[in-house]
Design a protein around this ligand. Structure first.
Ligand code: ADP
Ligand code: MG
Length: 471
């Protein structure tokens, strides 16, 4: 295995373990510079990346390396001159710079490594170029249709054949790794194929926000709007990240309206239905609900087998049927994980020159499957609640009855009870020394309301999903 292949396998695993935004920010333009005497030296583009890889991701990286080659003992990072790193091929997923979606990635690194300028230097009033941001690896042809996604797929396909007239807007929602981005991009690629003259833009809502903010700062907001308003097809991925950003929502609303009035197609995805996006402006919500909304759910066993088989063929590999069934039985949450597990099996077998029998596959995946089953802790619940409601742990613990805080706090109490069977007195203690009756009432309230309020129920489902299957 060359250093390049080794690093590619590690990146494949890192991609599964950390958020996509972090993955792209910290692992872009990295490579293995040398691998000698159990020491792997990783070349990184700057001091920030060095610090993060060494301090935060050290263990993950080492674990992934050891999983492939048990002789590796230590890693170290060096700042490699750009020439060296940029001449190396990067993993495909790193090329898709638009997948950035987390606010953690702002600042120097993002500016420098990820963003392309929206306006040219010489003539700051004209957009630099029109980029569709489409990745041609996502097509309808290589999308497996099954009971969990057939409606969404049909709606996307219809839209690609009848821009602006079939369903507008089209809103697709579903959990992570279930194929939303794949479908959205397939629409774009299909339109490019059939009508290359159409103007298409695929963008993630975080990137959209960043561009918008930049254009406001440099007083180019009119140009920004004008640019977006010319699109025949505007695809916004992961719209949930727009929530809470008033100014962005406002501008987006105007762009949305003008496209909509001209019968231009708008396609949107989210990890949850419009109703369950906490701070989505009412007028945007009702616009979204005025179109077609459809979901992608988790794949069942047969679908997982079919997807594995198709990916194996795509990669030109052969895996024993019982081994395929084993993977499909044990990796159940989403398709991204399924692909990750498959890549791991392939990389390991190629490296050790062994065949992917059931026995070997069980061994290779044992750790991964074990991790998936890990039991959750109080801190996991804190993490999920604070991330979902965009509040801090202190907010939850300290006194205060504002609804933005008291609701998450009650939900937290409910989840502590249902998921960890924590006694009410302990729940009170965990949440800043509150009385056990407070915890009891919170639990009863949420428990009662969840059956009559679909939005609350949806919220609880998402929270549980994130608890057990962190991104
Ligand atoms: P999401 O955007 O919902 O998080 P993605 O579209 O990124 O998920 O899908 C995760 C991975 O799984 C991608 O590599 C994608 O190509 C693959 N995938 C998802 N659904 C399917 C499917 N039905 N057929 C083939 N590949 C799929
Ligand atoms: Mg996606």
């Amino acid at each position: 295995m060359t250093n390049e292949e080794l690093w590619k396998a590690v990146l494949g695993q890192m991609e599964l373990s950390i958020s996509r935004a972090n993955f792209i920010t910290w692992f872009r333009n990295t490579s293995i510079v040398s691998n000698q005497d159990g020491i792997v030296t990783i070349g990184v583009p700057n001091g920030f990346a060095k610090e993060w890889l060494e301090n935060k991701y050290n263990l993950y990286i080492l674990r992934a390396l050891k999983g492939i080659n048990g002789d590796i003992q230590t890693i170290r990072c060096i700042i490699a001159p750009e020439k060296l790193t940029s001449s190396l091929p990067t993993v495909d997923s790193l090329k898709n710079i638009d997948a950035v979606k987390s606010p953690e990635t702002v600042g120097f690194v993002r500016k420098k490594l990820i963003e392309k300028p929206f306006f040219t230097e010489s003539d700051p009033s004209t957009p630099l170029f029109h980029e569709t941001n489409l990745n041609n690896r996502y097509t309808f042809e290589n999308f497996i249709v099954a009971e969990n996604n057939d409606l969404a797929r049909a709606a996307c396909y219809a839209v690609s054949q009848n821009l602006g007239t079939a369903y507008n807007p089209l809103f697709i929602y579903g959990g992570v790794g279930l194929g939303k981005t794949h479908l959205l991009q397939s629409i774009g690629n299909e339109v490019v194929k059939n009508s290359p003259e159409k103007r298409i833009k695929y963008i993630n809502s975080e990137r959209f926000t960043t561009e918008l903010v930049d254009s406001i700062k440099s007083q180019k907001i009119d140009k920004f709007k004008e640019y977006y308003q010319q699109m025949d097809l505007l695809i916004i991925d992961d719209i949930q990240f727009l929530s809470g950003r008033e100014k962005t929502q406002n501008e987006f609303f105007h762009i949305f309206n003008s496209l909509y009035q001209l019968n231009k197609q708008i396609v949107i995805s989210s990890d949850r239905p419009p109703k369950a996006i906490p701070t989505l402006e009412e007028r945007l919500r009702s616009r979204f609900e005025g179109g077609m909304i459809t979901d992608i759910s988790r794949p069942n066993f047969e679908t997982r087998v079919a997807i594995l088989e198709s990916k194996i063929t795509e990669k030109g590999f052969i895996i024993d049927a019982p081994a395929i069934r084993f993977i499909a039985e044990n990796i159940t949450q989403n398709i991204r994980e399924l692909e990750g597990a498959l890549n791991r099996v392939i990389a390991f077998c190629e490296f050790h020159k062994i065949s992917p029998t059931l026995e070997n596959t069980e061994k290779i995946l044992s750790q991964l499957i074990e991790n998936n089953k890990k039991t959750i802790q109080v801190d996991d619940i804190f993490r999920v609640i604070t991330e979902f409601y965009n509040i801090t742990k202190e907010d939850i613990i300290k006194k205060g009855r504002k609804k933005e805080i008291s609701h998450p706090r009650q939900v937290m109490m409910y989840i502590l009870r249902t998921e960890l069977q924590t006694p009410f007195s302990t729940i009170g203690d965990i949440l800043g020394g509150r009385d056990h009756t407070t915890a009891l009432h919170a639990f009863e309230k949420i428990n009662k309301n969840k059956d009559s309020r679909p939005r609350l129920k949806e919220e609880l489902n998402i929270l549980k999903e994130r608890l057990y299957y962190p991104v």
